[in-house]
Design a protein around this ligand. Sequence first.
Ligand code: MN
Length: 286
Amino acid sequence: MKLCRFNGNRIGVVRNTSVHDVTPVLQELPALRYPFPFGDQFIANLDMLRPKMEALADRAPGLPLGQVQLFSPVANPSKIIGTPANYHAHVAETHRDPANFFAGRDKSVREQGLFLKATSSLVGTGEGVAVRFPDRRTDHEIELGVIIGRKTGFVPPADALGVVAGYAIALDMVMRGKEDRSLRKSLESYAVLGPWMVTADEIPDPGSLSFTLHLNGELRQSANTRDMIVDVREQISWASSLYTLYPGDIIMSGTCDGVGPVKPGDVMSLSFDAIGKAEVGVHAAE
Ligand code: MN
C-alpha cells in the first residue's frame, strides 16, 4: 500500500498515477490529551486503519498525482536518525575532497556513530528544498528512508525488519562546512521524505533496491542498497540500542557516491526501486 499526505493534511492512497482521498479515516484515531505521546499517531495505528483506508480508496475518485502537492508521509516523527559514511564509494569521494567534507571522515560508520536531524527540517517532495545560505555549499544525498512502525528498544538484527512500517525516498540535504553535523543537516527543509510511504509488506527485502538521483536531467547518484556497509537490519538494531524508537521515527540510511551542490532553480529527480519517482525543486529561502 502506498500512502501519502497531500494538499496540507489530507491522507491519500496512491494507486497507479492517482491519489484517492481517505482523509475521513483520521476520525478513527484515538482522542489524545496533553501530554501527547512521542511519535506519529497515524503510523502508530496503521494496522487498524489499513482495511478502512482500502475501503475508502475503492470509493474515492482518483486525483492525478501531478495535481496535488505532496507533503512528508510522516507528519510527526519523534526523531530523524542519520547513518553516515555507509557506502564505500561515498567514503572514497569524501577522502578525495577533504576541504568540503566532515572532519571525522577518516572514521568508519561505526566509529562516527549515528547522528540526529531536527524534526522541524522535515518536508515532502512537493514542498522542495529552500537553500538558506546561498553563499555556502548545499549538497544532495539520496538515501533509503526507513519508517519505524512501533515502539522499539534493543531489537536484535534478525527481528528488526518486523518493526518497520514502510519505506520512502529520503534526501539528507546538508550544508558543507566546519560546524557540527546536526547544525548543517537540520536547516529548515533539509530533510525530504516522500513522495509517499510504501508499506513494508511490499518491500520484504530493503537490501536490493536500485536508486538514482538526476540533477537538472544529469545523472549524479546511482547505487543499490545492497552496497550498504551497515545494512537496514543492523541500523535499526543499533539505533534501538541507543534510543527508544517510536512510530514514525525515520532512519536515513546513508548515501552513495555522487553527492554534489544544488542551487535555487535546480530540480532533483529521484527514483527508487519499489517506491517510485519524484521531482524535488530547489529554491531560495525567504
Ligand atoms: Mn546522509
